[in-house]
Design a protein around this ligand. Structure first.
Ligand code: SF4
Ligand code: SF4
Length: 214
């Protein structure tokens, strides 16, 4: 007798479990879909802004980034994912400045921890949400983040001063020396004329005597 009761009890539990499952299934039938039909929906796909797909440098409208090549992100990266190189450039005002040459990022070793982004003093970095990062070779995982050409006014060197032709320089010197010699000679002649002037000019007393005699 007890085995019959037990049988129906277990059958009832199975039926309840089946109904519970059907209720869940029925609810999901009328719930809006959350899954994406990729890649068919590639053009309309919405990825959350905070999704960390790839490290990038922020660029403004003129194509400038804010990285000053301080190396803090490289030092803070726990995986050696970032490798920076720098260069010295001549500024238009004649001064020299150290600038970023290459910002290399190996997405293959990045753990997307954001330490580089949060410690950058220039707020120069961010993560894009471009999740399609599959490539065929490991080498393709190494990316240069400063890939855009730098605006010209940032790297323009001052125009080199035109070199003076040695012959022209010698001619200018000779002309200057001749001019100086001429001026000196004229000055000496003028001084000599002034020094000789009193003896050549009759004085006023002599003129008076001459007039009386007449
Ligand atoms: S990205 Fe930021 S922390 Fe890294 S070198 Fe450039 S300025 Fe420095
Ligand atoms: S997110 Fe983390 S692992 Fe990736 S480059 Fe930045 S610091 Fe390195």
């Amino acid at each position: 007798m007890s085995s019959i009761k037990e049988y129906f009890s277990e059958a009832g539990k199975g039926l309840k479990s089946l109904i519970d499952g059907m209720v869940v299934t029925g609810k999901e039938l009328v719930t809006p879909k959350v899954t994406e039909c990729y890649p068919e929906n590639r053009n309309t796909l919405q990825i959350a802004d905070r999704f960390r797909a790839e490290l990038t440098l922020k660029y403004d409208k003129e194509g400038r980034h804010k990285c000053i090549a301080c190396g803090i992100c490289q030092m803070n990266c726990p995986n050696g994912t970032i490798q920076l190189s720098t260069k010295m450039v001549d500024l238009p005002d004649g001064k020299k400045k150290r600038k970023l040459d290459k910002y290399m990022y190996d997405i293959g070793s990045c753990t997307f921890c954001m330490l580089c982004v949060t410690t950058c003093p220039q707020d120069a970095l961010e993560f894009s949400n471009d999740f399609e990062q599959a490539v065929f070779t490991r080498g393709s995982l190494l990316k240069q983040l400063n890939y855009r050409p730098e605006p010209k006014d940032d790297v323009a060197a001052p125009a080199p001063k035109p070199a003076i032709d040695p012959e022209k320089l010698a001619k200018i010197k000779a002309e200057a020396l001749a001019k100086a010699a001429k001026i000196k000679a004229e000055k000496e002649a003028a001084a000599k004329a002034v020094s000789e002037a009193p003896s050549a000019t009759p004085n006023a007393e002599d003129s008076k005597e001459e007039n009386k005699e007449k």
